[in-house]
Design a protein around this ligand. Structure first.
Ligand SMILES: Cc1cc2nc3c(=O)[nH]c(=O)nc-3n(C[C@H](O)[C@H](O)[C@H](O)COP(=O)(O)OP(=O)(O)OC[C@H]3O[C@@H](n4cnc5c(N)ncnc54)[C@H](O)[C@@H]3O)c2cc1C
Length: 466
């Protein structure tokens, strides 16, 4: 298999597949709004959507540096699922029951996104097939069984554990020794969702300015080269790009995730793989893999690759390192050996936001009117929707239009976390972390031990991940 003809970058395959949107007008000059939202990804757009639906007369302005869906929301693996970064830490901080409430809200969020997409006629290739996570090694199988029990303890009574043979009946992943499946997940086309959502938000009467980078956010102000938007509420929804804002260099670390997509596979090849249920597919490696079978019968597969660029830099329009493309191609063939001769049509990368304690948060500072949501690590497709409904409720509560709700009292609301270390510590730390995870994955693959490799455990502890 060759990657010579592979397109690298161009934001993502999802845009090559559907076309990039025509840009909206930039901010024409100084103006005011009731709510100013910085960032036109899922977080910013869902927030605009729910606020405008709740209070139709609100004057809402979204400011987007490039175009809506330029970031992770237009580049991701299309797993709409119920995972949320930090749940286990929230259980330690606020008690098990509070974390169960958070988990149940996430479970419901999958259905909520599907409901609104349907109501707004957004065709995002959604297929509600659940999430299947597989184990390849004895240590991964032990972790998978632990993970399965923990998820049940957090209220997922509909989760199913499968042995090697039952797993192979659904999908033939080479060397898979077991899997866990949950119905709380769906496959989607990320860019179709985000561009459809932007159109729905605009149709409701929200103003969106694109090609408008915000350079600084301060109470009641969002400053851009074209003018300043003054608003009682200014919401930062910039996830992996947050380090580019004045004063936020060390707030959330921009972690890379990279993907490849194959050419459409012929029916005869699908016969060797199965995957008729089109579940989103992942594994239990420390440097884990995530994949989907697309609506046009390709495999899109992602993983960590080179994890972080020095000084919190981000990629150039999704271009990823050739070594990462090769590593992902090798993983694809390891999972599905019959794809060895398959062309890789596209490779790309994007950034996700990682807080120092790996916990997603949603916050409204009532004294300044500044709000933000993010730090989703790798699980933001559904989480951004829950964050948005929570920001809506926090703003309504603050402005006296409503009291506390089921969302405003969830344990991730107003969580505080310290900042990342300065460079070069940040770069050294993240690279050492992922080198340790890759070594741990290799050692576990060569071992019959059920125990997680000590290097991975140490890396989890030192990084603050667990
Ligand atoms: C390759 C990849 C695969 C992933 N796969 C999955 C998955 O399968 N499932 C899952 O749950 N999660 C996944 N994620 C994570 C998920 O995509 C994100 O968590 C989610 O899209 C975050 O949405 P957001 O709106 O907060 O951020 P983004 O989508 O990144 O949007 C932020 C927006 O803000 C704009 N912006 C940034 N700075 C400024 C500024 N200064 N002024 C104005 N605008 C600005 C950006 O241009 C961007 O459009 C993946 C991420 C990546 C990168």
């Amino acid at each position: 298999m060759s990657t010579v003809s592979t397109v690298n970058g161009g934001i993502s395959f999802w845009y090559a597949n559907k076309g990039t949107p025509t840009p909206r007008e930039p901010l024409p000059g100084d103006t005011s709004a009731d709510v100013c939202i910085v960032g036109g990804g899922y977080t910013g757009l869902w927030t605009a959507y729910y606020l405008k639906k709740a209070v139709p007369f609100l004057n809402i302005t979204v400011l987007e540096a490039k175009f809506c869906g330029y970031g992770a929301s237009g580049r991701n693996g299309g797993w709409l699922y119920n995972g949320i970064a930090g749940r286990d830490r929230y259980a330690k901080l606020h008690g098990h029951d509070a974390a169960v409430r958070l988990q149940k809200a996430m479970n419901d969020t999958v259905g909520e996104v599907i409901r609104v997409a349907d109501e707004e006629n957004i065709d995002a290739d959604i297929h509600h097939g659940g999430v299947l996570e597989i184990a390849h090694t004895p240590a991964q199988l032990a972790r998978l069984k632990d993970f399965h029990s923990v998820e049940i303890a957090f209220g997922e009574t509909d989760r199913v554990l499968r042995g090697a043979r039952e797993t192979a009946e659904r999908i033939r992943v080479s060397g898979a020794v077991g899997s866990t499946w949950t119905p709380h997940g769906a496959r989607l086309h990320p860019a179709k969702l985000v561009t459809g959502l932007a159109a729905a938000v605009e149709a409701l009467g929200v103003t969106i300015h694109e090609s408008t980078p915000v350079t600084e956010i301060k109470p009641k102000h969002a400053v851009t080269p074209y003018g300043t938007v003054r608003a009682p509420y200014v919401l930062r929804c910039t996830e992996g790009f947050t380090a580019g804002l004045k004063g936020h260099k060390r707030t959330w670390l921009p972690m890379n995730s990279s993907m490849i997509v194959t050419e459409p596979l012929p029916a005869a090849l699908w016969d060797t793989i199965g995957w008729d249920g089109r579940e989103t597919l992942g594994d239990m490696a420390h440097a884990y893999v995530y994949a989907q079978r697309t609506a046009d019968d390709r495999i899109a597969l992602g993983g960590r690759g080179v994890p972080y660029r020095y000084a919190s830099a981000t990629d150039n329009d999704g271009r990823t390192q050739p070594a990462t493309v090769e590593a992902l191609r090798d993983l694809l063939v390891r999972f599905f050996p019959t794809t060895a001769g398959t062309r890789i049509d596209h490779a790309w990368s994007g950034v996700l936001g990682v807080p120092r304690d790996w916990c997603a948060t949603v916050t409204l500072d009532r004294s300044t009117g500044l709000g933000w949501a993010g730090g989703y690590v790798g699980s933001g497709v559904a989480t951004a929707n829950l964050a948005a409904r929570t920001l809506r409720d926090l703003i309504q509560q603050d402005s006296g239009q409503a009291g506390p709700t089921e969302f405003t009292t969830l344990p991730w609301v107003n969580h505080k976390v310290r900042r990342w270390e300065p460079e070069p510590l940040r770069w050294l730390g993240v690279h050492a972390l992922y080198a340790a995870y890759r070594t741990a994955d290799r050692r576990e693959a060569a071992s019959s031990s059920l125990a997680t490799d000590p290097l991975a455990k140490a890396a989890d502890r030192i990084s603050g991940r667990h």
